[in-house]
Ligand binder design. Structure first.
Ligand code: IMP
Ligand code: MG
Length: 184
């Protein structure tokens, strides 16, 4: 797995200390407010576990499962909800949590659907990574771990064809690993 990585962008220690700061910002903003954090699966899984254990507030956790990538390194453009039951968010201040803000389609689609069907009090967006590029949908993040260039990265929740999510750091894949994945 590690052999497929050309360059490490952010090491685990750097990520975790950034999460400490993000958690402090969230605690400051949501003290005394009913907070539900909705993690977007599967990419938001690792961030959810590490970030929310640092947030010392009586929050609730929900998940939503969507697919917007179908195997490659380019977004498909359509966002499919893998579940029919959405969380009831009435009266709740909500943070949507995802691994990365890329084209913006995923977070845009979830935010629109939640606004129409789940009745949250407010909604904000938190991502570990924000790609600096022009987005297809107007979405901005309220809490951001790191800004990165427009390149394909893996690790810390981010996958290529379902793999590499469990890398503890964020790295750039070698071109040969994209061309021919070594792991069966
Ligand atoms: P969107 O283009 O903002 O809708 O991003 C959709 C999803 O694409 C994200 O939640 C990620 O799961 C995935 N994605 C976007 N960029 C990358 C990347 O560089 N590596 C791995 N997954 C990515
Ligand atoms: Mg994903």
């Amino acid at each position: 797995m590690h052999n497929d990585i050309a360059e490490v962008l952010h090491h685990e220690t750097t990520i975790l200390s950034r999460l400490d700061a993000m958690a402090r910002d969230i605690m400051r903003d949501y003290k005394d407010k009913p907070l539900t954090v909705v993690a977007i699966l599967n990419g938001g899984l690792i961030l959810m576990a590490d970030l929310l254990r640092r947030v010392q507030l009586p929050l609730k956790i929900e998940t939503v499962s969507v697919a917007s990538y179908h195997g490659g390194t380019e977004s498909s453009g359509t966002v499919t909800f893998n579940q029919s039951r959405l969380p009831d968010l009435s009266g709740q201040h909500v943070i949507l949590l995802d691994d990365i803000l890329d084209s913006g389609r995923t977070l845009h689609a979830i935010r629109e659907r939640f606004a129409a069907e789940c009745h949250p009090e407010s909604m904000r967006i938190c991502v570990l990574l924000r790609k600096l590029k022009e987005r297809s949908c107007a979405v901005s993040s309220d809490y951001t771990g790191f800004d990165i260039g427009d390149e394909f990265v893996v690790g810390y929740g981010l996958d290529y064809m379902g793999r590499y999510r469990n890398l503890p750091y964020i790295g750039v894949l070698k071109p040969e690993a994209i061309a021919a994945p070594t792991t069966p």
